[in-house]
Design a protein around this ligand. Structure first.
Ligand code: HAM
Length: 422
């Protein structure tokens, strides 16, 4: 029997892992500069958290969750996203009682039962940020700029932020009513999914990818025409700050997002050319009602999540090589039993001194060991030969230059360490 990874998941092997680490390190460093702290929540949660948080009529809750019953009969779900869990942690740990705002970020796997394709996985990975406790529209713009900065720093080009306002419980119903009145006489021309959406979640008809639905909705009433006295000026202020920050953005009145918790600002980062699905590199928005929905007080929130798997697809597509690589400082070649005995404490010392060091464990001849050192792209090779050992010395060869010299064993670690720092 041959085992394979479950559909929509992937192994990340050495060589690839370094790229992931690079992306994660960049995210952490950017978050440090924006003064965010890392949070880690469980991989699974009570199913109800997502039903309530993400919304019963969303695709995620209706058909994409990995839900199971544990041995005690509880319904649990592998997290499909990170916002509802972050809100739960914020409420459960009474973080709202501390000084605000709360600025969190997270990096980790999420799970959705979707049809796998390039950039769409069943286990995928997000870098997300969430800010609780502030309504300032300038913050919305700063969050959008943070995502922009991230893409820029890893070298991706051509990313545009699409923004919209989805209003609030005061103005959304007005728009919804107009939208339903517009769509109902055109119902038969909508795709089957949209006919169902019209009854359950009419706003979602606006972001259907189907060409004929898009033609119909091109003329549909736009939410931005119905924003209330709070949401309208808020949206204007967001745009103003985006201009101040020099963010490349475009207003997309169709942008409604696939999760129910959004209010006011919604946005997505899109990359032309990667296709509708893989091209959406990230998304987020404000969610001023979610903390209350999950049992906390009236605390506003805003955040985003960027898909790391899609970023790697986009980097590859743009031919961008991340500056990563495994490096070996020193390969110790041994000839004979005496040399092997001397090599073992030497390796231990090198490693304690911070150098990466390796030796042959396959009983290879000199030539084979030299080849292995070359394959590992080792910076130095230390050759412990009988003759040099009798003088308590070894031959050190710098692989890049081919230069070699005899170095006394008691100076060897300093020699390698100094060289590896250069
Ligand atoms: P989302 O739009 O569902 O938002 O996901 C954010 C990003 O995660 C997507 O733009 C995409 O890059 C990536 N993504 C989603 N599903 C997949 C998948 N199946 N395979 C690969 N990548 C995927 C959220 O998750 C919200 N929690 C974002 C947020 C945070 N809003 C406020 N705070």
């Amino acid at each position: 029997m041959q085992f394979r990874v479950p559909r929509g998941t992937a192994d990340i092997l050495p060589g690839e892992v370094e790229k992931w680490r690079y992306l994660e390190d960049k995210a952490r460093d950017l978050c440090r500069r924006y003064h965010f702290s890392e949070v880690r929540t469980p991989i699974f949660e009570h199913t109800e958290l997502f039903q309530r948080g993400v919304g019963e009529t969303t695709d995620i809750v209706e058909k994409e969750m990995y839900t199971f019953t544990d041995r005690a009969g509880r319904s649990l779900t592998l997290r499909p996203e990170g916002t509802a869990p972050a809100v739960r942690a914020f409420v459960e740990n009474k973080v709202y009682a501390q000084s605000q705002p709360t600025k969190w970020f997270y990096i980790g796997p999420m799970f959705r039962y979707e049809r796998p394709q390039t950039g769409r996985m069943r286990q995928f990975h997000q870098f997300g940020v969430e800010v609780f406790g502030a309504r300032d529209p300038g913050l919305d713009a700063e969050i959008i700029a943070l995502g922009r900065d991230y893409y820029e720093e890893i070298g991706l080009t051509g990313v545009t932020a699409e923004i919209n306002s989805v209003g609030c419980p005061a103005c959304r119903p007005v728009h919804r009513e107009k939208l339903v009145a517009f769509l109902t006489p055109r119902r038969e021309k909508l795709c089957r999914d949209c006919q169902a959406r019209l009854d359950r979640n009419p706003l979602r008809v606006l972001d259907c990818k189907n060409e004929s639905c898009r033609e119909i909705t091109a003329e549909a009433p736009k939410i931005t025409e119905f924003l209330c006295d709070e949401c309208g000026p808020h949206f204007e202020a967001v745009k103003e700050t985006l201009d101040l920050l020099g963010v490349n953005y475009r207003i997309n009145p169709r942008l409604v997002r696939g999760l129910d918790y959004y209010t006011q600002t919604s946005f997505e980062y899109v990359l032309e050319g990667l296709g509708a699905q893989a091209g959406t590199l990230g998304g987020g928005g404000r969610y001023n009602g979610l903390v209350e929905e999950i049992g906390g007080g009236d605390v506003p929130g805003i955040g985003f999540a960027l898909g790391l798997d899609r970023i790697l697809v986009a980097l590859k597509d743009q031919g961008i090589q991340l500056p990563v690589g495994r490096r070996l400082d020193c390969y110790v070649v041994t000839l004979g039993e005496e040399a092997r005995k001397r090599a073992i404490p030497l390796l231990a010392e090198l490693r304690r001194a911070g150098c990466s060091a390796e030796r042959d464990v396959l009983d290879r001849k000199m030539k084979g060991q030299m080849k292995a050192a070359d394959r590992e792209r080792s910076r130095y090779v230390v050759i412990l030969g009988e003759e040099e050992l009798s003088r308590d010395a070894a031959v050190v060869k710098e692989m890049a230059t081919g230069r070699q010299e005899e170095v006394r064993l008691d100076r060897l670690v300093d020699y390698i360490r100094a060289g590896s720092k250069r």
